[in-house]
Design a protein around this ligand. Structure first.
Ligand code: NAP
Length: 312
């Protein structure tokens, strides 16, 4: 029987843990906080900023919104980062990318205090992650691991350590923000980890790898990349992908909304309905990994707060 992993419940559980720890800190006169840094008005970044603000409110954190016009110079952006580095009410700094073209990501990221780098953008923190000593594991990869650890305890009744050790884990996607750090977190837990990417697919070798996976983690941003023929019977599948696709009816005709426009919906990278019965456990999209990602960011901010106040 396939287990559809309830990521929303996991996200809520983590939020309750964060709220409890936040109350304890507040009793000592300390409030964790997150600052977002937006340059310009990228739509996706503004959406994300709204989510961070909402989660800060829910957790009882301070929230600081720094927004600069698209014409701001790199020096002006770095000055704001330096100001946030020195602000004790800000535990973590979250640069919202993409920045306008004239601003170098690296110049801004390298200015962030490494103890406030809560999504692990700074090369120092990426280095710590590679060494297996991550201080702030990046939010999405950390969410993937957290989901698997909680699944191992709750469903398989095993210690997550034993669950990961020697497991055949295949990651699809090798971006610096999702695929690569996810693979490193799995490798650091002694899983036998393979990383596949677009060149694996170009050589028509994707299936060769994915079929060997006990745990298949997909983060490619390609709807329906993974069908039943790519999944081993009894595998655990974690679908990180988020894709917006057009809706068609069973005859292949576009389904229209009230305004006569074609409806769209959010799907992952895995053909969920076709794949789910082949798996032991699978995460859905929507209401999947994304329900845990923001919580991991909050957890990193809590840790940053403790580090910044000398409590860790
Ligand atoms: P990205 O930077 O575009 O990276 C996608 C990766 O997938 C690349 O490494 C790419 O390889 C690989 N890839 C693309 N097509 C492939 C194919 N046909 N076969 C094998 N590999 C292929 O995206 P990302 O930032 O890592 O995000 C990945 C997905 O996760 C997106 O859908 C994104 O929206 C979603 N996401 C979800 C969350 C969440 O919380 N659920 C958070 C962040 C991102 P090459 O580099 O070689 O081209």
């Amino acid at each position: 029987m396939t287990k559809i992993i309830d990521c929303v419940a996991i996200g809520e559980e983590i939020m309750e843990e964060i709220q409890t720890e936040t109350r304890e800190l507040k009793a000592k006169g300390i409030t964790p906080g997150i600052a977002t840094l937006l340059v310009g008005d990228d739509f996706g970044s503004k959406m994300y900023r709204g989510q961070v603000e909402k989660f800060c409110e829910e957790a009882g954190f301070n929230y600081v919104n720094k927004t600069l016009p698209a014409e701001a110079t790199e020096e002006q952006v770095k000055e704001v980062v330096l100001e946030l580095n020195g602000d004790r009410s800000v535990s973590g700094i979250l640069p919202l990318r993409p920045f306008p073209e004239h601003i170098s990501d690296y110049a801004v990221i390298n200015t962030i205090d490494i103890n406030k780098d809560i999504d692990c953008f700074h090369p120092f923190n990426m280095g710590k992650l590679t060494l297996g000593e991550a201080i702030f594991p990046p939010a999405t990869p950390a969410a993937v691991i957290e989901i698997l650890e909680r699944y191992a305890r709750a469903e398989e009744k095993v210690d997550p350590k034993d669950f990961f050790e020697g497991a055949e884990i295949v990651v699809v996607g090798h971006s610096n923000t999702v695929g690569k750090p996810t693979a490193l977190l799995a490798l650091n837990r002694n899983a036998t980890t393979s990383v596949t990417h677009v060149f694996t697919s170009m050589k028509e070798n994707l299936e060769k790898h994915t079929l060997g996976a006990d745990i298949l983690i997909v983060a490619a941003g390609k709807a329906n990349l993974i069908g039943p023929e790519q999944v081993r019977e009894g595998a655990i599948v974690i679908d990180v992908g988020i894709n917006r696709v057009k809706v068609f009816d069973e005859n292949g005709q576009p389904v229209l909304n009230d305004k006569g426009k074609q409806k769209t919906k959010t799907v992952g990278d895995v053909s969920f309905e076709a794949v789910k019965d082949k798996t032991k456990a699978i995460t859905p999209v929507p209401r999947g990994v994304g329900s845990v990602t923001n919580r991991m960011l909050m957890r990193n901010a809590l840790k940053a707060c403790k580090i910044n106040y000398g409590l860790l």
